[in-house]
Design a protein around this ligand. Structure first.
Ligand code: FAD
Length: 438
């Protein structure tokens, strides 16, 4: 009999809550990863950095497990079907995994749990990818927070208020129990080509030293896209190749501002969990679904291609298209431009980012887009509209970032602005007012 640990958003063997508890069970543990056909089939572009990233993480874990005379079991298919095959092939006593808060994941896990229950196989799940989850941080009235600042205050109070110092960021020492891994020869991994994907360039993993250097200057540099001032850890956090506890511990010692960003991450995860309608294409505040969007397809296409004639917007979009990454300041500027200046439904932008962002995360992306649209949890009123020209002056004063992405800036073939910001602003305010007053 064996226990299976199912990796999903936690592609690492160290400091992994669910894996730790599996290893402490009475059975040898076989770690599993399923390349989910349902998700992969939806990806149009077969050169996808995320799939590539997962493959590298799978290969990395496979090598580490081989050193322990164990292996990762890797499947390609629809998870429920894969599970049916796995329980036929192996004598499975228990299954362990970590929580995943997205609507699709909740449904998937519900189906797998039901199936395993019928087979009398317990399905144990754990918090791993956030510091605080679900209903762990509530207001005095016992309801979930919907505004960040008080949430963040409670979050920090809980973090620092534990009886045992640093209790919530303590690592799970899985490596102490690696002798409990199921002994087996290396099991095969389906190739990217078999799954219809191509290889992409590798994503660097910043060492602790590099991270320390970054965090020391984080507060000062984080808003300037030309300075490599942010951690670039989003993809690692997305797929769990770094432990959130390890990173939070590091942030506690070096940068409160950076810790604040990790709190934003927990915040949006708990919003998605407690208000699942945001993950189903609805505005957090329903009255914002009355806005009459202009939804001009040609303008949307120009925004996607980085051809709006607003250099800071175009530079951001080109960075996204080329690299699968966009600096946070530019995500805010490009999102605001799409929603407010072009009056295009934020869901179009959300979907475009979903397609392109290597660190795509439903909770953070949706939170960011609803923030830009004013329809979300943010306390700032909708009539605060980013001016792309002043934003550029403030955050890229030497045009360093802009020139990197728009070499033709001063040439004739750079387009004129597709809308006049002042007029667009008036138009937007009118549309919002009409929707919210009706
Ligand atoms: P750092 O500044 O170094 O931050 C460290 C980590 O904190 C990030 O890796 C991320 O995990 C977390 N974080 C930082 N800011 C936020 C935030 N506002 N909300 C939630 N978590 C945050 N982030 C994603 O991870 N995936 C997305 O799909 C995503 N979509 C976004 C869409 C819009 C419209 C906006 C405005 C923001 C979005 N963000 C998203 C948040 C943020 O832009 C990225 O996390 C950040 O740019 C990633 O770069 P970094 O790792 O260098 O960030």
């Amino acid at each position: 009999k064996i226990a299976i640990f199912w990796h999903r958003r936690d592609m690492r063997l160290h400091d992994n809550a669910g894996l730790y508890y599996a290893l402490k069970s009475e059975y040898p543990v076989l770690p599993l990863f399923i390349f989910d056909k349902t998700i992969l089939d939806e990806l149009e572009d077969k050169r996808d950095r995320r799939v590539e990233f997962i493959m590298r993480a799978v290969e990395d874990m496979q090598e580490k497990l081989a050193k322990e005379d164990s292996s990762l079991l890797v499947r390609y298919g629809v998870p429920l079907k894969a599970w049916k095959e796995i329980v036929n092939e192996y004598d499975v006593a228990e299954v362990y995994t970590n929580h995943d808060y997205e609507p699709y994941a909740k449904k998937r896990d519900g189906e797998v749990a039901d199936f395993l229950k019928k087979k009398d196989i317990p399905f144990h799940t754990f918090k791993d990818q956030v510091i605080f989850e679900k209903e762990e941080i509530l207001t005095g009235k016992g309801t979930p927070y919907t505004v960040f600042t008080p949430y963040s205050k409670s979050w920090l109070e809980k973090l620092h208020g534990s009886k045992e110092k640093n209790f919530y960021v303590k690592p799970y020492p899985t490596e102490k129990y690696f002798d409990k891994l199921h002994k087996t020869k290396k099991l095969p991994i389906p190739s990217l080509e078999e799954m219809g994907f191509e290889r992409m360039p590798d994503e660097e993993f910043p060492s602790k030293k590099v991270r320390d250097e970054k965090l020391a200057k984080y507060a000062e540099l984080r808003d300037y896209p030309a300075a490599p001032g942010t951690s670039r850890l989003s993809i690692h956090l997305r797929f769990g190749t770094i432990s959130i506890r390890e990173l939070a511990r590091q942030a506690m010692g070096t940068s409160k501002t950076f810790l604040g960003e990790l709190i934003w991450r927990d915040f949006y995860q708990q919003i998605l969990w407690n208000f699942p309608h945001v993950g189903e294409g609805k505005a957090f505040r329903p009255e914002y679904d009355r806005i009459k969007w202009r939804n001009n397809e040609e303008e949307f296409e120009k925004w996607c291609q980085g051809q709006t004639g607003y250099p800071i917007v175009d530079a951001g979009m080109r960075q996204l298209n080329e690299t699968g990454y966009m600096h946070n300041r530019l995500r805010m500027i490009t999102a605001s431009f799409l929603v407010k200046d072009l009056l295009i439904d934020w869901r179009w932008g959300e979907a475009y980012f979903d397609k392109k962002l290597q660190d795509y995360d439903m909770a953070a992306n949706n939170g960011g887009w609803q923030w830009a649209a004013g329809s979300g949890t943010d306390a700032a009123p909708y009539f605060r509209i980013f001016n792309p020209t002043t934003q550029a002056k403030k955050f890229d004063p030497q045009l360093k970032f802009i020139k990197e992405w728009i070499p033709e800036l001063n040439e004739l073939d750079y387009p004129d602005p597709i809308v006049d910001h002042k007029e667009a602003r008036e138009h937007c305010l009118k549309a919002y007012k009409e929707a919210l007053d009706s």
